[in-house]
Design a protein. Sequence first.
Length: 506
Amino acid sequence: MTTGDGTPRCVPCYSAAIVPCTRCTTPARAERRWPEGPVCLTCVDAVRLTHEQCHRCGQLGAVFRREDNGPLCPECAGVTFSYRCPTCAGMGRLLQGQCLPCRGRLVLAEAFTDADGRRCERLAPLAELLERYDNPYSMILYLRRPGGQLIRDMVNGRLPCTHEALDALRQTTSVQQLRGLLVLAEILEPRDEQLAQLKRDFGHCLEECATTADRVLLARYARWHLMPLAHQHVSRSGFTRFQREHLRRQLNAARLLLGHIRSRGRAIDGITQHLIDRWLIANPTLQPYARPFLLWAATCGLAPADVAIATSSRHGERAIMNDTDRVLTALRLETDDSLPLADRVAGCLVLQYGQSTDRIVNLTLAQVHIHPDEPGVLGLQLGRETLWLRTRLSALLQQLVHERRPLSAPLKNQETPYLFPGLRPSRPLNSNTLQRRLQRLGVPSASKARNGAWLALVGAVHWKMLADLLGAADGTAHHWHKWNGGDRASYVASRLRAAQTPTGPE
């Protein structure tokens, strides 16, 4: 084949060549080559998706071009290309000879039919859930990917439809998403996934133990000390991935300490302070994680009571975002309508009120309050007192309340209590995902932005009031107050100044 300039090309290069579109003049790969010349995909889709009555044949069809007498269909223009679905006679883009809805129903039926041609009744609620995809092409893509292969394995009996079978697989995004869909379809019982992941982490850690005695000791430590702590978090305010990672590191540090003790030819009941100190010098980052294990062992009489690991001082991130950059970025998020709405609200909460991304993603609709006296003003219940937001941010939050939707395509119409829902209505957005999205909007680091906001707030509002409004601990707010140059006595002085002079004996 030869191009317009007469250069000979093979068929693949001829098809992939970037040429100007005859209709819109945009350089692109030619989707079709009509009599008028090469046409890009956008212009071909414009023909496929524009349907009017042809002025020559009188049939409803795609508008190939418009003439003085009216629109002209491709058949009357002498152009032959497929745009009518043979199954439903619908017009549009075809996938393997069918329109997307028809092709999606066929792919869905094939995925839930076993090798004997029988439809899997147990997974029927999951099939109904997948039918809710707004875009059938998205559902087709999902069934072509690893998630669809897992579904076919369940349909054919190669993979049991249980939590235990999914736990035995590598915990990829496809496995986690399928588990969430099975729970939402009420095929599997709901459970705390972070707690289940902690059990898997403990199992992997125990498998790495060199001796049976160490494995038994660590199993006792995990069962009687670490797991009760995890269940306490679950019953109080929920078990987060940060808490799970902290407990996992404690068990791993205990395993490394026991391995060091065994390598020195000793048992845990014969350790000395010198042995522990030598290990801490070589592993200083494990000090806060190994200390709880040694305390537990001493309390249970497994280790000498006179051997201990000192507490380590922890220092948070002290880097601070420039005040000018922080204010200008917050102003841009409030006023730029081209940015994603959820990212704008989350960014303002980080830049203006020093909220962490982990706490933002867990905000629910129940924490949003309406001001009783000022219409249009909303507040968030972050601490003991309601934090009333600025007018522009209140308008954005009101819009987010009405427009928030789960990220997963088949669950767009499901109700969710979270202001920032994730893939499933029952789970919020991942905080790491939110941090990456904020970085793309100009927030260099959530911790730096929070530090800058806190430093500005403690200079304008008293630390005790900030602790009540922002949901921070009194000690945290007071530390920021001290870093800003204040002292604790200023709280008493401010209360005395605000108090009225008594007119009689108290």
